[in-house]
Design a protein around this ligand. Structure first.
Ligand SMILES: Cc1ncc(COP(=O)(O)O)c(C=O)c1O
Length: 381
């Protein structure tokens, strides 16, 4: 295996070698006993990760496929939905809703901020909505939404609650049943540390009931009833070809996560995120999200004065570190860093060390050692 650049981007993340090994085995037939065991163990492991007694289905497709499947199953033409958006991925929820004819009301925040709970409450008081949708970690800003509190409001107003966990599931506190989440959409290539290609949906009994009450939906591939029928009797029933290799990889990824323990994984992500933000601040960057709403998985760091975006990211890449650019109104103003999945303490320190050397080379002053020292203090806490 050749060693590529260090992927400090918000997905895909680095992948543990044992996961790649599981992915690389000869394909199993999708109704074989061995594959069915792997499928059901993965489903049960994901229940533990999502902390739900409800159903979990796994579909081939990226995170957006998960959003489509969720929305297509419970919402349709003329239904009203409230989307709480904190950036690009909140807007994606709006786009997908509109594709299915859903009448969307959008509440949005300034980049790096969250929509105040009071605004959500008054929107719910003033309009009748079938569902509330929110992105848990907004990957474009590194902001974590108050999913628990929004869930209480959604429940109070009798709405279904759909949460995009693509950049959070496995790394943020997100107990699906306890927080009243009806549909949690996740993806393989983020905090679960697996290759891209799968989306996973946790579905509450209430959401399944809503789907069953609808005669038909406008999406056959992602129809939960088809997948739930298969899961009842997977050695016999089929819907589409299971992505067997990707599911073998996910099986191993979920196993590693549960062996570490969900709480420990979340705490490790939080510790590394704090280290990253402290390290960035020590080098003159400004994390966009304030500490109380900063995500465990993604950080947007705004540049200190005088740093030119393209030149900086190109120099990082020459030194083996890949980071993502910021977009929209933040374009050119900072970097987006992913620190989830198999990103380790060592990766955080190495990444910041490369930042220091590049900044020093750009004449940003006496930088060497500052970011790393600040990060190390957070890592040993
Ligand atoms: C929060 C969030 N939701 C949805 C998506 C869409 O996922 P995908 O690109 O896998 O379709 C992303 C992608 O980065 C994301 O970060």
């Amino acid at each position: 295996m050749t060693k590529g650049p260090m992927l400090m981007v918000p997905g895909p993340t680095p992948v543990d070698p044992s996961i790649l090994e599981a992915m690389g085995r000869a394909p199993l037939h999708f109704t074989s006993r061995e594959f069915v065991r792997i499928l059901l163990e993965t489903r049960d492991g994901l229940r533990a990760v999502m902390q739900t007694e409800g159903d979990v289905i796994i579909l081939a497709g990226s995170g957006t496929m998960g959003l489509e499947s969720a929305i297509a199953n419970v919402l349709g033409s003329g239904d009203r939905a409230l989307v709480v958006s904190h950036g690009k991925w909140g807007e994606r929820l709006v786009t997908v809703c509109r594709c299915y004819g859903v009448d969307v009301t959008l509440l949005s925040a300034e980049p790096g901020e969250v929509v105040p709970l009071g605004s959500i409450e008054s929107a719910l008081k003033n309009g009748r909505y079938k569902a509330v949708l929110v992105t848990h970690v907004e990957t474009s800003t590194g902001v974590r939404a108050p999913v628990r509190e929004i869930g209480l409001l959604a429940r109070e107003h009798g709405c279904l609650y759909l949460v995009d966990g693509v950049s959070s599931t496995g790394a943020e506190v997100e107990p699906m049943d306890e927080w009243g989440i009806d549909v949690l959409m996740a993806a393989s290539q983020k905090a679960l540390g697996c290759p891209p290609g799968l989306t996973m949906l946790g579905i509450s009994p209430r959401a399944v009931r809503v789907r069953k009450e609808r005669a038909s939906i406008s999406n056959h591939y992602g129809d939960w009833l088809e997948m739930l029928r298969v899961l009842q009797n997977p050695t016999v029933e089929t819907h589409v070809t299971h992505p067997v290799n990707a599911i073998c990889a996910l099986h191993q990824g979920v196993r590693l996560l549960l062996e570490d323990g969900l709480d420990r994984r979340i705490a490790d992500h939080r510790r590394r995120a704090t280290a990253m933000r402290d390290g960035l601040r020590a080098m003159g960057f400004q994390p966009l999200a304030r500490e109380e709403i900063a995500a465990n998985t993604v950080t947007v760091g705004l540049y200190p004065p005088g740093v030119e975006d393209r030149a900086f990211r190109a120099a990082l890449e020459r030194n083996g570190v890949l980071v993502a650019s910021t977009g929209g109104s933040l374009a050119g103003k900072g970097v987006r860093l992913g620190h989830m999945g198999y990103i380790t303490d060592l990766d955080i320190v190495s990444c910041l060390s490369v930042f220091e050397r590049v900044l020093e080379g750009m004449g940003q002053g006496d930088i060497l050692g500052k970011g790393v020292a600040a990060a190390e203090k957070a890592l040993v806490r």
